[in-house]
Design a protein around this ligand. Sequence first.
Ligand SMILES: [Zn+2]
Length: 168
Amino acid sequence: MYKYVGAEEIRETTAHLPPGSRILSTNDIDDWIRETKQQVDASGLIAATFVVDCEGYLIIADRHSEHIACAGGKRVLSAGEIFFQKFKNDLEIAEITNQSTGFCPEPESWQHVANALNLIKIPYPSSFNVEFIFRRCFACSQINIVKDNIFICSVCKVKLPQKWNFDR
Ligand SMILES: [Zn+2]
């Protein structure tokens, strides 16, 4: 389970917002797209913020939403960005990532995502399309996204640990 590790002011300024929508079926996604007037992006996809709540359900919100707001301030099993593709009568998940600097979930949280998506019965990728690796710098507290396997803090240049190092 992941607790929020992002900026406290984001938690405070989003605390009054309603949580995201719990998704139990593709109909729920269609309803959400219609009710929130989602538009396709340049790639023809509909992007959203998602979390998997502690009961194992997918929760989605507008892509500009903070993950902590989507989660209703609660802990999550995973978090990231999800991209839906709409066909005439079908919906599928074209892409999904664990990009959330609010929760910094590990790539291994995929299993919870897959379980949540199995409940919805929607086609989805076999893993995160992009796996983000998050580490907090011990020296300056900066949350880093590790790229190209280079474990160095982008701010103060000290070494980052090989192991995931946020509080649960
Ligand atoms: Zn640092």
